[in-house]
Design a protein around this ligand. Structure first.
Ligand SMILES: *Cc1c(COP(=O)(O)O)cnc(C)c1O
Length: 220
């Protein structure tokens, strides 16, 4: 068994344990395996082990890997978890099943155009900058509910959830709690939160998907 598959199984069992400790149904937190920087040879064993949901943070890198992998594993669900430039909206809608990083008006309007043009409908998440970090993408928490409303009413987009990346040096719990509160206020069901270091905490705070990279694939 490859190291990645051993670690995948460990992560799956920790997710199951966290779900049960939070008195949540088994399988209620989806594992998004984040394989950025890893090549197709590293990803294939994880696909062979049955993992089907993957995350990439760059459109171009994903384009170089996933058409080939999706040909062999057509039921893969691919998530874009990195910042989206508006000039990449076409490629993103063509390749990704879930786009987690909608964070401004321009992206919302470009995505709406491409969705109409291509007849494809990726699930969309709004990224919230819960720590208001200047270097980080995401809509400000105070603007999040109004932005979700504008996505729906101005751009005709369905919003499936919210996503956040808490500040690296802070206790993530309050950030997860804030994202949950904003999701309830904007009436969206999905909560994408939690990474290798804190996915169990995120599950305790209601994460419906966790994005785990290095705990599966190793150091980048
Ligand atoms: C890289 C990345 C992850 C995974 O991070 P790990 O700490 O390796 O689990 C999760 N979310 C986003 C947005 C990322 O860019």
């Amino acid at each position: 068994m490859s190291d990645a598959v051993t670690r995948l199984n460990e992560v799956r069992s920790l997710i199951g344990k966290a779900e049960s400790e939070a008195r949540r149904p088994a399988g209620s937190a989806t594992l998004v395996a984040v394989c950025k920087t890893f090549d197709t040879d590293a990803i294939r064993p994880v696909l062979d082990a049955g993992q089907r949901v993957f995350g990439e943070n760059r459109v171009q890198e994903a384009q170089s890997k996933w058409p080939e992998l999706k040909a062999d594993f057509p039921d893969v669900e691919l998530h874009l978890i990195g910042p989206l430039q508006s000039n990449k909206a076409r490629e993103a809608v063509a390749l990704f099943d879930v786009i987690e990083t909608v964070d401004r008006e321009k992206i919302a309007s470009e995505l709406a155009k491409e969705i109409a043009k291509q007849g494809k409908k990726p699930a969309l998440y709004v990224q919230v900058n819960t720590g208001s970090e200047p270097q980080k993408a995401g809509i400000e928490p105070t603007d999040a509910v109004a932005f979700v409303t504008r996505c729906r009413e101005v751009h005709g987009l369905e919003i499936a959830g919210l996503m956040c990346i808490p500040p690296a040096d802070e206790n993530p719990g309050p950030h997860f709690a804030l994202l949950g509160k904003l999701a309830r206020e904007s009436n969206v069901p999905g909560l994408s939160m939690g990474m290798s270091g804190d996915f169990e905490t995120a599950i305790a705070f209601g994460a419906t998907s966790v994005r785990v990279g290095s705990a599966i694939f190793g150091v980048r």
